[in-house]
Design a protein. Structure first.
Length: 349
C-alpha cells in the first residue's frame, strides 16, 4: 500500500512539472507519517505492557479499599490487636503471649516470648503519679476554649512537626527528627506532646473517666510484628498473601508509614471496654475523648465515614497529636488531617 501511493505521487510529479516541488513536499510528509506509524506500531506492545502493569499495581495496591476489591469480606477474622493482648494479660485471660518482635531482623524466623510478669501495664493513676510534681504546678481544671486569634488569621506550614502527614501515600520523612520521653515505665512518646497528654489524662480523671494508654511510641520492629500478625491472621483464614496484605493494611499501618513510629499517636481504651472495636466509640471514654481531645491538641485520626480518604477503617481509640489550633479546626469541622492539609497547610516561606 505504501509503495503504490508513493509511486502514484512520483508519477504525478513527473507528469506535471508545475506540481513537482509541491509533490516533493507531499511525498516528504507522507514518508514521515509512514515512519512515525511504523515506530508507534512497534512501540504499541511496550505501551500496552506498561498500562497492564499499572492496572495490576493499582488493583493489588494496599491503597485501595476492600470495597473496591473482589475479596469476600466474610473471611474477615476477629483480629487481635497489640492492645487487646495487653488487656488480656492485665486481666489474666492470657498467661503467655508470643510476640514476633524479631521479625525485622530475622525475617520471620525469630520469636520473643513475654511472660505476664514481664509486660509493663500502667493505670492512669500510675501515669499521673509519676508526673505529680509537674501537674500540681499547672491549672488543669479549665482549658482555654477559644483558638485565640481568628481561625482565618492562623497560618499552618508544612514544616510544622505537629502537622507532619504520615499515611499510606506519605512515609515517615528520612530527615524527620524527634526525641522520645518516658510516659511511664516502658511507654514513650515524642517529648513535645507529653505536657498536653498529661493535661488530657488529668482532665479525664477529674471527670471520672478512666482512660488507659496503650501502644504509644512503637519501634520499627514492633510495627513490623503487628502488621505481619494481621497478614498471617488472614492467611490462616485461607486468603493468599496479596489479599491478606490488602486487608491487613486497612487495620494496621504498613511499617514505615505509621505515626506510632514517631511518637505522635496513642491508642487509648478503658477498663470497662478492653477491646478495640467500633463499639468503643460509644463508651463513656470514647465519647469523652471525641468531645475533649482537641482541647489538648489531639484528634480522632481515623473517623467513621472518612475511610475513602484515610484508607484506614474507623478507629475510635486512635488519637494523634497535631497541636491545639489545628485540632480545634479538624474536630469542629469533622475533617481528617488529609483534608486539613488540602485546605489550610501552606509551604513555608
Amino acid at each position: 500500500m505504501k509503495d503504490k501511493i508513493l509511486n502514484k505521487l512520483i508519477k504525478i510529479s513527473k507528469k506535471r512539472k508545475c506540481l513537482r516541488y509541491p509533490m516533493l513536499g507531499v511525498i516528504f510528509v507522507f514518508l514521515g507519517i509512514c515512519h512515525l506509524g511504523r515506530y508507534f506500531v512497534r512501540l504499541l506492545p511496550r505501551v500496552a505492557a506498561v498500562a497492564f502493569v499499572g492496572i495490576i499495581f493499582f488493583l493489588s495496591s494496599s491503597f485501595a479499599l476492600p470495597v473496591l476489591l473482589d475479596i469476600d469480606m466474610e473471611h474477615r477474622p476477629e483480629m487481635v490487636f497489640e492492645s487487646d493482648l495487653e488487656g488480656m494479660l492485665q486481666t489474666g485471660e492470657l498467661n503467655e503471649v508470643i510476640l514476633d518482635d524479631d521479625i525485622a531482623a530475622d525475617g520471620l524466623n525469630g520469636y520473643e516470648t513475654y511472660n505476664v510478669n514481664e509486660v509493663d501495664t500502667y493505670s492512669i493513676d500510675e501515669i499521673l503519679l509519676e508526673h505529680e510534681e509537674y501537674l500540681t504546678s499547672r491549672e488543669t481544671e479549665e482549658v482555654q476554649e477559644t483558638l485565640g486569634p481568628d481561625e482565618e488569621s492562623l497560618v499552618f506550614t508544612s514544616d510544622d512537626w505537629r502537622l507532619v502527614l504520615i499515611n499510606k501515600q506519605h512515609p515517615i520523612p528520612d530527615d524527620y527528627e524527634f526525641t522520645l520521653t518516658t510516659i511511664t515505665g516502658s511507654m514513650k512518646c515524642d517529648e513535645r506532646i507529653l505536657e498536653d497528654l498529661l493535661l488530657m489524662l488529668q482532665a479525664a480523671k477529674n471527670d471520672n473517666v478512666n482512660l488507659i494508654i496503650c501502644s504509644p511510641y512503637r519501634t520499627d520492629a514492633s510495627q513490623v510484628s503487628i502488621f505481619e500478625r494481621h497478614v498471617r491472621a488472614y492467611m490462616n483464614k485461607g486468603l493468599n498473601y496479596m489479599d491478606s496484605f490488602k486487608l491487613a493494611s486497612q487495620e494496621a499501618t504498613v511499617p514505615g508509614y505509621s505515626e506510632h513510629q514517631i511518637g505522635l499517636s496513642i491508642d487509648i481504651y478503658t477498663a470497662s471496654h478492653m477491646v478495640l472495636d467500633d463499639a468503643y466509640g460509644e463508651t463513656e471514654a470514647g465519647r469523652w475523648l471525641a468531645e475533649n481531645c482537641s482541647d489538648y491538641g489531639f484528634i480522632l485520626r481515623y473517623p467513621k465515614g472518612k475511610e475513602y480518604i484515610t484508607s484506614i477503617g474507623y478507629e475510635p481509640w486512635h488519637f494523634r497529636y497535631v497541636g491545639r489550633e489545628a485540632a480545634k479546626i479538624i474536630m469542629s469541622g469533622g475533617i481528617t488531617l488529609e483534608e486539613f492539609w488540602d485546605r489550610y497547610v501552606d509551604e513555608p516561606n
